[in-house]
Design a binder for this molecule. Sequence first.
Ligand code: AMP
Length: 362
Amino acid sequence: MHTSTLYDIPVSNHGARVRYLLYKKGLENDVQIQSPGKLGGLKSPEYTGLNPQGKMPLLVDDEFAVWEADAICRHILDKHATGPSFLPATLEARSTSEMLCRLHDAYIGPIQGAMYRAPPGVFGKFISRRAAIDELLEQLKVAESLAHPTGPYLTGPDVSLADATLMPTMVFFLHILPKYAESAPAPTAEPLDAAAGALGPRLLKWWVHMSQVDAEAMRVIEELKGGLDKWDEQGRWDTLLGAGVRDAEPPTIFDMILSGKIPSEIVYEDDVAIAFKDIAPAAPTHCLVIPRRRDGLSGLGAATGEHAGVLGHLMVVAAQVAKEQGLEDFRVVTNCGPSAGQTVPHIHLHVIGGRDLTWPPG
Ligand code: AMP
């Protein structure tokens, strides 16, 4: 008879970690799985009374509510001795499992939404979707360095919480990351071909085991894929920069300045932006601030929530350039469209000063 209820849905990534544990330990008769809809949905008073975060998954064991996938997994392992312990035999393997779980929950989980969420406010400390995705790829390299060389599980011969924790997110990585490749992969590419591009040899070997040998992992992977296939059908990627939306505009003279093909007097540069002196100054001081990656920002009129971080950064750089050029009073202008005076279709802020400026501008 069921003594506990897991509130979760098959496509949920964090819940998938718990489902793998339940399937692997043969606990489906002990823990029933129900949709949060049964309690009126994630934000209902009944649900938030049990999980104040209003998130999935939630385990209710008799009257006791446990939330956060890792805490739920540990509760289940503590309570049910049947099946695999998810604790590898050696201390080294157990600690490696802990490191992989923390790596996932502290460094990957909080930014994985950058692969699929719509802006604004989804890139956290990263300036753009691309920057967050680059960081996800870096974290995958860290996971590769921790993974066991021969496996078949992440820490060696025994299944551990690391496998349960990383496996669901890997389904997301392998399905979604190829969409962000600079040149989009062939639509017919086999999932493992796509995996080979994103994963190192250890993670790839592990993934072959999880997706082709481990029956319970295969079941969870199928559940998750169902949700991701629906996203594809519903056109989820059509508006996301780097996945569906690409910068297809021709290069401009600013690309030649950025690559150093033509000289310019650079007054500021960082990872995101550069500033250089305008070749035809309209005032004693006249600099241009541009993003290194245009990412569709041919002019301000093309701005979307995807660009909020970069646009904010350009303004901060403009202020810094003005200061460094010794300007106390200055004007920042961006022309958008030919009749507003735009001649280069790569967004740029003019920083102008050093003389009295009239208003309104012509
Ligand atoms: P806009 O007319 O607002 O599109 O601004 C384009 C600016 O780019 C103009 O002020 C030009 O003088 C400037 N510009 C064009 N080519 C160069 C170049 N090679 N180096 C520096 N500034 C340039």
